[in-house]
Design a protein around this ligand. Structure first.
Ligand code: UD1
Ligand code: CA
Length: 439
């Protein structure tokens, strides 16, 4: 590639410093979750898929350390905005970091549905038209709360100004073309004029939206490109909006899963996080929650009121009603529940059964072994073909330390047995009902 055709250097800056006053929360707005992930994590994920963007910056301020810690593993860079004096001020604080780029795409950290394709289109449009500022606009049936776009003429892409809801005249309030809060700027034009922003508005803040009028006054080109998917730009300023976005995202996730062969009865009652994977021919009954990095194979059935988090479930597994799994691994053909509680480190073998009111923690339960009723199994290695009778307890804790119980293949443990760890039951041994086994 010759020097002349070298592509402009493009950065993405995500505004994420705001407090989120309207959420009435002590936690930073961009860490509030939808679809099981912080708002900001969704925006970062889309930004990272934009081929044109060389570097991604998040502008952080309110609870900055916490925000940085939460999304730090994405490898993006951070700029601090202290104190937070508006979206225009956020970009002022990023001036030094962005100085060497030609184009900056500005995203809002509280609008998580934005897709990489839409960001890319905004960027392409901006560069093709050599604009100083291009804003992504949308046509909304209900524009309440958003900034309105004032065009220079009905046919042109040129923008005169953006007017915030609070400053709108009654006539302007009727405009349905709104500012999405996503922009592309020529870095040179933005920072040559950003100091012209004023704080003469109801919030006393520097509005980035005022750059439209500022750049127009400087005879620069300000354009708007309308998105084809208005739902992508929805922001989340209030709890009600957060919940709306969450539902949209989860319904979309259910649609994707169903398209891939998963049956989900009553999807509106289910809570399925964005990173969950499920194989074809698996059935999810109403009121099921599948959270975090959970993976479920094919031909499984997850019955109502089960909550499965960060767990790996193989094929043909039956999870009966009311089970709670966290950090568990369940092999092919196993049957759980009703009302089993599998805590972290539970490994349930092929064809094994874990029944009612059985709690497991850090346990390996071998192939075809059974613990069907009223049992606690913690810190235990249990072989294949073992029968654990009703009411069996591994006493793994002596008040100071945890100890291991080893139960070898083919052992029969009678009902109401107490196994005081450390203890080992050799292959094929038989423990009578109501006994206490110890070293
Ligand atoms: C903004 C736009 C509005 C647009 C809407 C789209 C302004 C003045 N208005 O309004 O025209 O229709 O988005 O959703 O920009 N932030 C900072 N530092 C600050 C203030 C905010 O980083 O000092 C961040 C926030 O964390 C948030 C984003 O900027 O992620 C947008 O700020 P917010 O206060 O939500 O703006 P809106 O009122 O929604
Ligand atoms: Ca917002």
């Amino acid at each position: 590639m010759s020097e002349k055709s070298h592509k402009p250097r493009t950065a993405i800056a995500i505004m994420a410093a705001g407090k989120g006053t309207r959420l009435k929360s002590k936690h930073p707005k961009v860490l509030h979750e939808v679809g099981g992930k912080p708002l900001l994590a969704h925006v970062i994920a889309s930004a990272r898929k934009v081929a044109a963007a060389e570097d991604i910056y998040a502008i952080i301020g309110h609870e900055a350390d916490l925000v940085q810690r939460t999304v730090g593993d994405t490898g993006i860079r951070f700029v601090r905005q202290e104190p937070q004096r508006g979206t225009g001020h956020a970009l002022m604080c990023a001036a030094k970091a962005l100085a060497n780029y030609e184009t900056v795409i500005v995203l809002s950290g509280d609008a998580p549905l934005i897709s990489s394709a839409t960001i890319q289109k905004l960027c392409d449009f901006h560069e093709r038209n050599r604009a100083a500022m291009t804003l992504l606009s949308a046509h909304l049936e209900n524009p309440t709360g958003y900034g309105r776009v004032l065009r220079s003429g009905s046919k042109s892409n040129d923008v005169k100004a953006i007017v915030e809801e609070k400053s709108c005249t009654p006539a302007q309030r009727k405009i349905r073309e709104i500012n999405s809060g996503f922009y592309a700027f020529s870095v040179q034009a933005l920072f040559a004029h950003i100091e012209e922003l004023k704080t003469d508005n109801p919030h006393g803040e520097y509005y980035l939206t005022d750059m439209a009028a500022v750049l127009r006054r400087a005879k620069k080109r300000v354009l708007a490109v309308q998105t084809e998917n208005p739902s992508e730009i929805l922001g989340s300023n209030t709890r009600a909006e957060l919940v709306e976005l969450d539902q949209k995202m989860r319904m979309e996730k259910c649609r994707e899963l169903m398209a891939d062969g998963v049956t989900i009865f009553n999807p509106a009652s289910c809570v399925i996080d964005s990173e969950v994977e499920i194989g074809a021919d698996t059935t999810i009954e109403p009121f099921v929650q599948l959270l975090g990095k959970t993976r479920i194979g094919s031909d499984c059935r997850i019955r109502s009121y089960s909550v499965v988090q960060n767990s790996q479930i193989a094929d043909s597994v039956m999870i009966r009603p009311g089970c709670v799994l966290d950090g568990a691994r369940v092999e092919t053909g196993a049957v759980l529940g009703p009302y089993s509680h599998l805590r972290p480190g539970s490994e349930i073998g092929e064809g094994a059964h874990v029944g009612n009111f059985v709690e497991t923690k850090k346990v390996k339960l071998g192939k075809k072994s059974k613990a069907n009723h009223l049992t606690y199994l913690g810190d235990a290695e249990i072989g294949e073909g073992v029968n654990i009778g009703a009411g069996t307890i591994t006493c793994n804790y002596d008040g100071v330390h945890k100890h291991t119980t080893v139960i070898e293949d083919g052992v029969f443990v009678g009902s109401d047995s107490t196994l005081v760890a450390p203890v080992k039951l050799g292959k094929g041994s038989y423990v009578g009902a109501a006994s206490c086994s110890r070293l």
